[in-house]
Design a protein around this ligand. Structure first.
Ligand SMILES: C[S@@+](CC[C@H](N)C(=O)[O-])C[C@H]1O[C@@H](n2cnc3c(N)ncnc32)[C@H](O)[C@@H]1O
Length: 358
């Protein structure tokens, strides 16, 4: 799918005009298509062990196909990009219909998936509608993968097969890894990168795990190990252009120096995160109570973005290492530098003599 540049420029103009008037509005949409997930990840609220109960809840409260279409229409008037996730989004029987609909609204799409159900989809059709598949590959080795994801070895094999299918069908994809205490060694010895390349990913993205508040365990590695992981990723990025590391070096540098990412004001308001039942929590999932919950079927985006609870995000620094929050909270100069770095790499691959001029 080709990004509609005119649409993007128009929406960016509208967003900037709002900013100039002191109004915050979303620019990226995250659609959590369903509450159901077939995985058991201990770091994730969707990793619930009671799959029967989770399915019942999803059947009862997930938006219907038509309701999602309504939500897509509302949100596409603001956002330049969309991210489809869940739960496991590919578990919805109407998954392709929904993706096709969003594509029809000219919304570029990134699909985040655990990849376990990709063999059930028509990948040639999928690649017509989406920009990228983000493959949640926390580990490239069976044992740590199964531990972080709470699944048997057969599932690891299935996922590896499905990654080959993505390559065979030329579906653009990259890997994302959530770094927990179970999967640090492949980053320290740098084998994750080589294996990612072998598995067809020429870009990789990382975040340290954000510990859940509703459980009594922590999955974050100790500080010393986190530093080793960060130093090793930075070292790899300095010496290799491929796979491209999609998170700017500042994220890892700040974690080495301060044990957490730094930002002035949380940028969570730049994204609209729509839950499986159509609700949006203001300012985010951490403030999950009825007073902070709005439903997009009943409210407009403007109404929700004028809610008083957004003030909480001005001073909230609760997310210490969550990469997406860190990224959306960075000054514009960090984006610009990273963008130029990416551009320089792309040019460098095609015209090495020009790469240094960017
Ligand atoms: C909630 S999942 C939903 C999509 C899909 N089921 C998957 O596994 O990719 C979206 C992403 O959030 C990540 N994630 C889940 N819990 C997390 C946590 N506590 N900290 C950081 N990332 C987390 C997952 O690894 C995945 O890449």
């Amino acid at each position: 799918m080709v990004v509609d540049t005119i649409r993007t420029i128009k929406l960016l103009g509208k967003w900037s005009a709002n900013r100039a008037m002191g109004r915050k509005r979303p620019l990226v949409a995250v659609f959590s298509l369903t509450h159901y997930c077939n995985y058991y990840c201990p770091m994730c609220p969707f990793g619930d062990a009671d799959k029967e109960g989770q399915l019942r809840l999803a059947r009862k409260s997930d938006l219907s196909t038509d309701q999602w279409k309504q939500v897509f229409e509302k949100v596409s008037k603001y956002c330049v990009w969309s991210i489809i996730e869940g739960g496991e989004p590919t578990s919805r029987p109407d998954f392709m219909e929904l993706v096709k609909y969003l594509y029809g609204l000219k919304m570029p799409i990134t699909l985040i998936t655990n990849c376990s159900l990709l063999h059930t989809l028509d990948l040639d059709e999928l690649k017509k509608y989406i920009q990228f598949v983000t493959c949640s590959i926390d580990s490239v080795y069976e044992q740590p993968y199964c531990k972080v994801r709470g699944v048997p070895a057969t599932m690891f094999t299935r996922v590896m097969d499905n990654l080959r299918l993505l390559t065979e069908h030329r579906v653009p994809h990259y890997f994302n890894s959530v770094i927990t205490k179970f999967n640090t060694s492949e980053f320290i010895d740098q084998t994750y990168f080589d294996r990612a390349l072998e598995l067809g990913a020429n870009a990789v993205s990382f975040t340290f795990v954000e510990d859940r508040a509703d459980v009594n365990y922590s999955l974050l590695p100790d500080r010393q190990t986190m530093v080793k992981v960060c130093e090793s990723i930075l070292d790899y990025a300095r010496k290799h252009t491929s796979p491209q590391i999609m998170i700017p070096p500042e994220y890892f540098e700040q974690i080495i120096q301060h044990g957490r990412g730094l930002f002035d004001e949380c940028g969570v308001w730049k994204s609209i995160f729509v839950n499986g039942n159509g609700t949006v929590m203001v300012p985010c999932w951490k403030f999950n109570n009825p007073e902070n919950t709005y439903n997009l079927l009943d409210c407009s985006v403007d109404e929700i973005w004028n809610a008083p609870q957004w003030d909480i995000a001005r001073s909230c620094h609760d997310c210490e290492v969550l990469g997406c929050i860190w990224y959306s909270s960075q000054p514009i100069s960090t984006f610009a530098k990273n963008y130029m770095r990416g551009l320089s790499k792309v040019i460098g691959q095609h015209k090495p003599e020009l790469a240094g001029t960017i």
